[in-house]
Design a protein around this ligand. Sequence first.
Ligand SMILES: NC(=O)c1ccc[n+]([C@@H]2O[C@H](COP(=O)([O-])OP(=O)(O)OC[C@H]3O[C@@H](n4cnc5c(N)ncnc54)[C@H](OP(=O)(O)O)[C@@H]3O)[C@@H](O)[C@H]2O)c1
Length: 307
Amino acid sequence: MRTNSFAGRWLVTGAAGMLGQDVLSVLQRAGIEAVGLRRADLDITDPDAVRAAVEDATVVVNCAAWTDVDGAETAEEAATAVNGTGVRVLAEACAAAHVRLIHVSTDYVLPGDAAEPYREDAGTGPVNAYGRSKLVGEQAVTELLPQDGYVVRTAWLYGEHGPNFVATMLKLAAQRDTLDVVDDQHGQPTWSKALAQHLVELGLAALRGHAMGGIYHGTASGRTTWMGLARETYRLSGLDPERIRPTTSEAFVRPAVRPAFSVLAHDAWKEQAGLEPLPDWREQLAQALATPGFAALAKAARNGRTG
Ligand SMILES: NC(=O)c1ccc[n+]([C@@H]2O[C@H](COP(=O)([O-])OP(=O)(O)OC[C@H]3O[C@@H](n4cnc5c(N)ncnc54)[C@H](OP(=O)(O)O)[C@@H]3O)[C@@H](O)[C@H]2O)c1
């Protein structure tokens, strides 16, 4: 593999997480020199350690976050220490060292009560503690790095390296005949590998001077509900989609309120960076399910039941 010396040296924080692992593997495949720091290597809330880590990077991709959405309801201060203050620490260090920061955020900063896809400049209004904590982080990046800060909101992520909805549906198929899944929350299921690829393309465009700082929506194109995602997962895995039955959020109460409408528009990719948005969610899901980890889960599900 040839080294892409133009890209310099990238730093990935939260490198042991689901997205962090995919970003690192995309960087390695692209021949870009990259250092992945896990939480034990770099706590993003530690200003001295962050300054030292960021110093000779060209791009930082921040995949570190408090991601326990329900847990944040009773620990908002701790969640904000990472998702808000920790991100501010990173943004300050990047600003001081003139390093570009790609920061991953969430649809949960939005109120989720719209009927049309949210534009990148839509008004924020989180409905839960996790969303509020992530909004503090977004604001730090846009304030401290107006040109060199890239906030990429994602949602409904699934991937090879972490617990996620698609894997859970396949695991449950081996144990239960039918499953009730909510059909009144709308969103864009996004494969973490596809997002990782886009984050790297954005960073390269930034280094070439082709990408403006600001907010980007890193979710798949198209839209569905959790039930739609579960049924398509089953269909593509050779399982009977009718085993998934619709239910409502009211019947499936969780500690943190979930936004009902998490469909995001994707205009900034083209307008601000000359890049295409992520492909349709069905296309991404089909590719993801063909990878060895998901294919093994699907096989076990088919063996567990007749489908
Ligand atoms: N998963 C989704 O559906 C989803 C949806 C919307 C947005 N996002 C965003 O996407 C990004 C990546 O999420 P993910 O799904 O990859 O999450 P993940 O698997 O939970 O990874 C997050 C990583 O951050 C690490 N971390 C936590 N606190 C840290 C700290 N203070 N310093 C350094 N590292 C720390 C975690 O380590 P420990 O495990 O040791 O705590 C974990 O390895 C996050 O910004 C998340 O908010 C995810």
